[in-house]
Design a protein around this ligand. Sequence first.
Ligand code: GLN
Length: 572
Amino acid sequence: MSNAMELLRSVKDSTDDTEFYTPMPEGYEPGRTKYVAVFGTVMSGLGKGIFSSSLAKLLKDKGLKVAPIKLEGYLNIDSGTLNPFRHGEVFVLDDGMETDMDLGTYERMLDQDLTGANFATSGQIFNSVLEKERAGSYLGRDVQMIPHVTGEVKLRLREVAMESDSDVVFIEVGGTVGDIENAFYIEALRELSYEEGEGSVLFVALTYVLSPPTLGEQKSKAAQLGIKRLMEFGIHPHLIACRAEDRVTDKVRQKISIYTNVPVNRVFSMHDLPSIYLLPQIMREEGLDSEVVQMLNLGGLINSAEDARNSQAWEKFSSKIDTHTHEVTIGVTGKYTALRDSYASIIKSLEHAEVANDAKVNIEWIDTTDINDDNVADILAKVDGIIVPGGFGVRGTGGKIACIKYARENKMPYLGICLGFQMAVIEYARNVCGLTDADSTEIDPDTKTPVISVLPEQKKIEGLGGNMRLGGQDVMIAPDTMASEMFGGATNIRERFRHRYEVDPEYIERLEQAGLIFSGKHGEHQIMQILELPRDVHPYFVAAQFHPELTSRPLRPQPMFKGLVKAAIETK
Ligand code: GLN
């Protein structure tokens, strides 16, 4: 145990007698859990989450227990109210927490379900500090950024360590070093390293190596300055990952090494790759994982047989990323078409489905604002299948319904997600059941035929007024359906929801009589969760009230995406 820790051991709360304040979860043993903290310098968007999750994956493959935590700088309590156009998609965890898209990267890379404990925002941190202040927990002290706010950050990190019983906690600090928003996180991590003792906390700096086209060579100055900024906070990196377009030259790596005292074999080139799933393998080849194991003294916990098994399985998957027999184009209709990040999980799910089908999937983004029954055939002429993803509000819904009608009538493979499920119900009600004015109350609050609506019953069940149904729920699968076949005969699956509206039970019988099959339902309540058309009517017409893209994993592709790509290949 470090000296600092001995001093801190007995001090639970701050009083006027001591400057130490480090609240800890019951039973926490300092120095037992190791921490890897990843910072970004020079600019944002470097892929800290991708680096951190890849490294975490390599350690997990070796038999270590790992847990990630993202520390967000923003003051929102969660990501639920963030505009995906600005911030990327909202990723929903099984416990209902609405988080940043990076949590999706961790879940996929680690093949591990996460919870709200893995996602902290400044808003949450300040909220707890202020609650404690009101409850009188600071015993007369003036409440300060240091030690109280930083103490709260360390508490959150140690809670993750305890709750997940991890060997290594991976901490991703949101934003870029130098932002006011994350300065207290950086300070907290400096303190953590002091308190946990030598060899317990490893710092990683992600940086960017520029290569201006006019110069035709890589320049390291911005990277050096960025890392220097981190060192000004009292944090000396153990490892540096250099983002760059092309592989970072030895000369540049040496230069960065000299200016930072980080050995050159720990200055890693993280150049652009065709897929993020190729990164773990490259890190392994460069020996980054062994460096980390050695620096954190984790050698004794490694299971080599498990490591070999896991790395082989991954290599089998990643080696198929660049090869394919088939090629199809899937149209994705979306309001946020300008920003691919808003559909990150759908893109990833299609990548998983690609490998599973030995295919290459090209994505065609389709803005539905101006689509109607007259021009839809032209617009969909170049796609072999179509996805109508989740969304909110009215814009473009008419065009989406035109696309669904076209897909249904022309036997084009269709996957509807959440709003895409609701639109499929409306389309069927209008064009097959003859309920010509069928609509969702989200689109037309005064509709006389609300096939999609918010039910008073739902409000009662959820107990939250008109709030959204969020998080993981069980879905009962009807036997002898396409859904049952796709999910391997399972009668009960678990998927993630984020919606307010649903099929109005009033219309279920009518829709079913007209041939629509609800093959997935809530176990107790009349909530429709999967719909499909029989195979003899349509090769692949499937939709889900949940978000299947949130549970797809590289080695366990989500069956509905896999099925869509398969059908697109077969009907092409
Ligand atoms: N807007 C719809 C609802 O609230 C669909 C939501 C979604 O697609 N995530 O039910």
